[in-house]
Design a protein around this ligand. Structure first.
Ligand code: FAD
Length: 499
């Protein structure tokens, strides 16, 4: 065990990961010198616009003013993801934030809905979720703090310009003492006796020493992979998409929807993310099934308005580093691994990496037990997200070879078990480490047309009329509450105008 206390931290890379890490460390740590080195000559990945609700905790931890953050990053609110054409062309469902209805006597709400369906009801489960109902109506309002109000059940995240977010956090971090250095790292020095990193050297010969190095250098994994040779666990056999092309456009079409849209396509899927000043679009695809030119053509044909930039192609591999914290180096962001942005999980994984690092901060030196715990938790979380993403591809009824292959692939046992359990009686048992709680799994399993053969028999122990009335009342309340909200566009205009 290395018992030297950590007094100097060097973050390598200034994308979203680098500046989120710098901001959080500057806010929380005392007596530790934090620097960040980035190179203007090496661009950031330049995409990454949709988030999930825990981002609110991160911004609140920093003490950021939400309206100021929204103005600075051209943000809009996100209540859900709409999945279009995923099971088959013409299909459509929402994965909303927040719960469906209210559990009754510890029986999950969706079980009552399954019973109602079995009895012929055609009511959508979305009618019992305020985020879903507001998303469909294009409405938004901040949730109420009064748990007695239906409005308290609204859960939201943001769409934002990740480049502007990084710049915003840079100002935040620099104002709190983080030193930014400009330069390209060309060499990494390792200590002979234990292989710990001692310093990095930039192209102008500057040597930067630190006790702890945080690798935020993006896909290249400058420290964790190139210097420490950690190894990569490739998940391409489950998630074959290895390319993306991004092309923002002028606002148009459905306008400023309070949800992300993910539309399945011949050999992958397209995203549509509305921001205040533009709409972000991209096509994530498998290069074995689709050429770059065709991907761009298919993306261009679906834009809401004129393109605002040339196509930006990005290559990637699905998977993770075998270890995420090695010796005195922790990888955060794309340097640690990548899962395609279908459920907007990458920025969350940055946040989660930072939170775990702070919880296990090596202020008294590097303890192998703590390092192992960091790796165990990160790997567990990543694998659970991986399963959730694979589910979207596996359960499809589309006819193209890409989709047939996805349908026929063997999936992780952990995912197969969840599908089988749900298909029997709609039961799910997410773990504490599941980023996606039960309502999310219910949304996607049902959305992808996995219908339980029966509902939980416990439902029959409750008075049927009472339950039906309660469900009816709840759906009306949700509908009335959503209808009374301002439009998303009007809310943002008012919120962001306020000083
Ligand atoms: P990068 O942005 O690549 O930054 C790397 C940094 O390292 C740069 O500052 C660069 O200058 C620096 N650097 C590299 N090499 C050197 C060197 N030798 N010397 C000095 N500096 C160096 N996430 C979401 O949560 N939601 C989304 O909707 C979403 N969409 C995505 C869509 C696509 C197609 C892709 C590929 C990713 C998406 N992501 C999304 C992921 C998200 O973009 C990233 O998690 C996020 O931007 C963090 O990137 P990063 O900071 O790790 O790496």
């Amino acid at each position: 065990m290395n018992t030297n206390p950590v007094r100097k931290v060097l973050i390598v890379g200034g994308g979203t990961a680098g500046w989120m890490t710098a901001a959080a460390l500057a806010k929380v740590l005392r007596g530790v010198e934090v620097s960040l080195i980035e190179s203007d000559a090496i661009s950031t990945v330049g995409v990454g616009e949709a988030t999930i609700p825990p981002i609110n905790t991160f911004n609140q931890m920093l003490g950021i003013d939400e309206a100021d953050f929204m103005r600075s990053t051209q943000a809009s609110f996100k209540l859900a993801i709409e999945f279009v054409d995923w099971t088959r062309p013409g299909s459509r469902y929402l994965h909303p934030f927040g719960a469906y209805g209210l559990d009754i006597e510890a029986i999950k709400f969706h079980q009552f809905w399954l019973k109602a369906r079995a009895q012929g009801s055609t009511q959508s489960l979305d009618d019992f979720n305020l985020s879903a109902t507001a998303a469909r109506l294009g409405k938004f309002m901040l949730p109420s703090k009064d748990p007695g109000q239906v409005l308290s059940s609204l859960k939201y995240a943001f769409h934002f310009d990740a480049g502007l977010y990084a710049r915003y956090l840079r100002r935040y971090a620099e104002a709190r003492g983080v030193v930014r250095r400009e330069g390209k790292v060309v060499d990494v020095s390792l200590r002979g006796e234990d292989g710990f990193i001692t310093s990095v050297t930039t192209d102008d010969g500057t040597v930067l020493e630190a006790d702890l190095f945080i690798d935020c250098s993006g896909f290249r994994g400058l420290l964790i992979e190139q210097a420490l040779d950690t190894g990569f666990e490739d998940w391409g056999h489950w998630l074959p998409n290895d390319r993306a092309v991004a092309m923002p456009c002028e606002t148009g079409g459905d306008g400023l929807t309070p949800y992300t849209r993910a539309t399945a396509d011949t050999a992958g899927w397209r995203w549509r993310i509305p921001l205040q000043h533009r709409t972000g679009n991209g096509y994530v695809y498998s290069s074995r099934h689709l050429g770059d030119d065709e991907a761009v053509a298919r993306l261009r044909a679906t834009l809401d308005g004129p393109a605002r930039a040339e196509p930006n192609f990005i290559r990637f591999r699905a998977g993770r580093r075998k270890q995420i914290w090695v010796k005195n180096c922790v990888a955060i962001g794309l340097a640690s691994g990548f899962l395609e942005p279908l459920e907007s999980t990458s920025i969350h994984m940055i946040q989660s990496g930072i939170t775990k690092l702070l919880a296990l901060f090596p202020d008294r030196g590097f303890d192998p037990v703590e390092i192992a715990e960091y790796n165990r938790l990160t790997i567990l979380q990543t694998e659970l997200i991986r399963d959730f993403i694979i589910l979207h591809f596996k359960a499809n009824e589309r006819s193209e070879p890409y989709w047939q292959q996805a349908r026929d692939m063997a999936i992780p046992d952990s995912l197969q078990h969840r599908i089988d359990l749900f298909a029997a009686r709609g039961r799910l048992f997410p773990t504490d480490y599941d980023l996606f709680a039960e309502p999310s799994w219910v949304a996607v399993l049902l959305g992808q047309n996995i219908r339980p053969r029966a509902y939980d028999p416990l439902v029959d122990t409750l008075d049927e009329t009472l339950v039906r009335n309660q469900m009816h009342r709840l759906a009306s309340l949700v509908r009335q509450t959503a209808e009374a909200l301002p439009t998303h566009e009007a809310f943002i205009a008012r919120y962001c105008a306020a000083s």
